[in-house]
Design a protein around this ligand. Structure first.
Ligand SMILES: Cc1ncc(COP(=O)(O)O)c(C=O)c1O
Length: 345
């Protein structure tokens, strides 16, 4: 064994580095088994224009984006062997990279085609796709201007995030005090890896409170979204959702707004204070990974899965399986004109 391979002795290392990762995270915050051992489960991946084995595709520990959170990424879903809305997802990936000052080294057509080829190569039917673009290991200075940009796509079978027990089941949310940063600090429409620290910490805190996810606030302390999905409330049959100019205007959120309009559901995008949670009859989350996810409790307050949630959930399930022609006009640019004139909750 060489010196470099030898494990550090207890006196050399900080005590926490001896704790197994699963001892550092609480039992409840441990990743679900579905996300364990991913490199072995992803089969073939696409990285920098080449198809490779997932267990071999790797990056250096000196990768800039690993140290400073400068990666941008997308999560997409595959239904019955077809990727839903891959084009708007990859347009957003390009926009996220531009917002951070770099360019994805593959155009949208290339990324869409690579995704389709990977779905076929891996035989994915009901799965999740993770595309990521990151800055390489040319240097570790904060200056990111001249670094090599990499891009990769991986996917695996993942039919659902939360295995809910029946149509009346939902998840429990914890109202967090965490706030999304303002647009001067982090561009809200960029899916930048660094921004996910906020959601991850809020999520872990929610787990410690016995909940499944967190509701985060915007910079004014108003309702924003969950750790990784958008928030919808229903009051007296009317659909309400916070205006998505201070956090990610999710593609699922936009799809839900189109579906709600098609179904004749009255809907408003508004600034919503935390008190709106107490007067809501129904609450659900919307995001690519979680799809339409009913909420059956916010901390101690119980809720039922109501009729608007059920209708939208069914419409969404139909839309994502109906083929490319069914994808509503979603994606950037996002303009404030989407907001209703009535801004107050
Ligand atoms: C912070 C955050 N908000 C909202 C969403 C929902 O976005 P989408 O519906 O485009 O997946 C996501 C998921 O990507 C997210 O990470």
């Amino acid at each position: 064994m060489t010196t470099a391979e030898r494990p550090a002795s207890p006196t050399q290392a900080h005590p926490e580095t001896h704790a197994r990762p699963d001892a550092i995270l609480s039992a409840q915050a441990r990743p679900a088994p579905s996300s364990a051992g991913l490199p072995e489960r992803v089969g073939t991946v696409w990285m920098d224009g080449m198809f490779r084995s997932g267990s071999e595709a790797a990056t250096s520990i000196l990768t800039h984006s690993l140290h400073y959170g400068t990666a941008v990424f997308e999560g997409l879903r595959v239904y019955e062997g077809t990727c839903f809305a891959s084009r708007p997802h990859y347009e957003r990936l390009q926009a996220s990279a531009r917002a951070l000052g770099y360019v994805v080294p593959a155009d949208v057509d290339t990324l869409v085609a690579a995704t389709d080829e990977l779905i076929a190569a891996n035989g994915i039917r009901e799965g999740y796709v993770r595309a990521i673009c990151w800055l390489g290991s040319d240097s570790l200075g904060l200056m990111a201007g001249d670094l090599t940009v990499h891009v990769a796509i991986a996917m695996w079978e993942w039919p659902q995030v939360h295995a809910l027990d029946g149509e009346d089941a939902g998840i429990r949310l914890h109202l967090s005090q965490a706030r999304r940063p303002d647009a001067h600090t982090l561009p809200p429409q960029a899916k930048a890896a660094g921004g996910y620290l906020i959601g991850t910490m809020a999520y872990h805190a929610a787990k410690r409170h016995g909940c499944d996810d967190a509701i985060l606030l915007d910079q004014e302390g108003l309702l924003a979204e969950s750790s990784s999905a958008n928030l919808f409330l229903v009051r007296d049959g009317v659909l309400l959702t916070p205006i998505a100019d201070r956090f990610l205007n999710g593609l699922t959120r936009q799809t839900v707004l189109h579906l709600a309009a098609d179904l004749g559901v009255e809907l408003y995008e508004r600034r919503l204070g935390v008190e709106a949670l107490a007067s809501a009859d129904e609450i659900f989350l919307a995001g690519t990974a979680v799809e339409i996810l009913p909420v059956t409790a916010v901390d101690g307050t119980q809720l039922s899965v109501g009729p608007v949630t059920r209708r939208l959930r069914a419409a969404y399930a139909q839309c994502v399986r109906a083929g490319p022609a069914a994808v509503p006009p979603i994606g950037p640019p996002i303009t404030p004109s989407m907001a209703s004139p009535a801004q107050a909750s």
